[in-house]
Write a protein that binds this ligand. Structure first.
Ligand SMILES: Cc1cc2nc3c(=O)[nH]c(=O)nc-3n(C[C@H](O)[C@H](O)[C@H](O)COP(=O)(O)OP(=O)(O)OC[C@H]3O[C@@H](n4cnc5c(N)ncnc54)[C@H](O)[C@@H]3O)c2cc1C
Length: 400
């Protein structure tokens, strides 16, 4: 079968790997001129970790990943107010947690692809025709690529999704946050982080930083906003976060201009359908859960495995796509719901809520409180093996 994957993000590259492993002919079309350098630290655990273990990707991820000691919540003077040790967090996920920069995860997925996968950068998909006998992807230069199956892995603003399920109204749920990420070179900040993922213990806006092994510092921000995308992200970040203490003024000073800053609204995607006749959606294009869930990359990798598994099991495109959606949708719906419930934990709105979070983190030395804290911070664990097991399509794989 010839499979055309639209988008070479985490979902697209994971899907390309799974289809190539089935022996399919795979073409990947990516709009960006090359691998996207902008990134943030991803906690990779749960079902994506299980899928990576099954496909032999884990050694590469471990090599590129980081061992974060803890998430430390700091005051304006850089003093630690509370923290969540990563070992405790990882233990609650079966010990299988890798922290890895998004570009490094994408690079590992791309390196893991067999040479015969045709990965084309600078290829922007504009339309998709979906017929009984085959599908056709048309690029912005007018070129067309025929396929037996088109996989839409083109992210939250998916063009493929609009072709499959229509306009975005009611599909993209804005959660009322903006997020940004960039890297800076600043040895003094790097030294102060000491292997911890440090975040400001602040209401309504938060800056986080982690020291990378090449000496750079990865900075991440999130704040409440219902505005649209700003024209100048760097100016917007300086205005929004300029008043925070600790290392924030310094990293804002060093913040790069233009496209070297990743900046986006935080959304969830709730598409009514994920499939047409020969078109199917994966990853954020189908079901973005948002950074609040901390599982989007993991679900993107795992979802690609569920899709390939169901096509193998049913030996029919129509049945395989239907089973993929039936099994995977309940899982991501549960994760989306739990992320929305955890919004105030992730970014408290008031000093009172900040205090509650601080107290809960301190009490998390007690196993029962730890379970609740980890549950609120990262949702209920998802078990990919349960989803793949040949059970009824209603098995959600979400352990409660
Ligand atoms: C700040 C932040 C922190 C996060 N932390 C975590 C975490 O800790 N753990 C976790 O698991 N997840 C995390 N996530 C979520 C995770 O990053 C996403 O869910 C994941 O990257 C989605 O991958 P994707 O491939 O589906 O989409 P994308 O990464 O958006 O990739 C889509 C690709 O399609 C391409 N494309 C778009 N349109 C076209 C077109 N028309 N033609 C061709 N190509 C196109 C894009 O250029 C892009 O390369 C976080 C997200 C953010 C923003």
């Amino acid at each position: 079968m010839k499979v055309v994957v639209c988008g070479a993000g985490i979902a697209g590259l994971a899907a390309a790997g799974r289809f190539a492993a089935r022996g399919d002919e795979v073409v990947v079309l990516e709009r960006a001129p090359g691998p996207r350098p902008q990134g943030y630290m991803i906690d990779f655990f749960g079902p994506g970790h299980q899928a990576a273990a099954a496909t032999g990707l884990l050694p590469l991820l471990r090599e590129r990943g980081y061992q974060v000691r803890e998430v430390a919540y700091l005051d304006a003077a850089g003093r630690r107010r509370a923290g969540l040790p990563f070992a405790r967090f990882a233990a609650s996920r079966g010990g299988d947690l890798i922290s890895i920069m998004r570009p490094d995860l994408e690079a590992a997925l791309a390196e893991h692809l067999p040479d015969r996968v045709d990965l084309r950068y600078g290829a922007t998909v504009v339309t998709v025709d979906d017929d009984e006998d085959g599908a056709r992807v048309v690029l912005d230069d007018g070129a067309a690529v025929e396929a037996d199956l088109v996989v839409g892995a083109d992210g939250t603003r998916s063009v493929v999704r609009r072709q499959v399920v229509g306009p975005d109204r009611g599909v993209v749920r804005r959660l009322g946050f903006h997020t940004a990420a960039f890297t800076v070179d600043e040895p003094r900040v790097h030294a102060a982080l000491r292997g911890r993922f440090c975040v400001t213990d602040t209401a309504n806006r938060m800056v986080g930083a982690y020291g990378l092994r090449d000496g750079r510092v990865a900075v991440f921000t999130v704040h409440r906003s219902t505005d649209g995308q700003p024209a100048d992200p760097r100016a917007a970040l300086r205005a929004e976060y300029g008043g925070l203490g600790w290392v924030v003024p310094r990293v804002l000073e060093l913040c790069p201009p233009g496209e070297r800053v990743y900046y986006d609204e935080v959304v969830q995607v709730e598409a009514a359908r994920w499939r047409g006749r020969r078109v199917v959606l994966v990853g954020d294009a189908a079901h973005a859960v948002s950074l609040l869930a901390g599982q989007g990359a993991s679900l993107a990798v795992a979802g690609a495995s569920v899709l390939a598994d169901r096509l193998d099991a049913t030996r029919s495109v129509a049945d395989g796509l239907a089973e993929y959606e039936a099994r995977w949708r309940p899982v991501v719906t549960a994760v989306q719901r739990s992320a929305r419930r955890g919004m105030r934990w992730f970014l408290p709105e008031t000093p009172g809520q900040l205090l509650v979070r601080r107290m809960a983190l301190r009490l998390a030395v007690l196993p029962v409180v730890n379970r609740v804290v980890v549950g609120v911070a990262a949702g209920s664990p998802v078990d990919l093996d349960a989803v793949l097991a040949d059970r009824t399509a209603s098995a959600t794989g979400v352990r409660t």
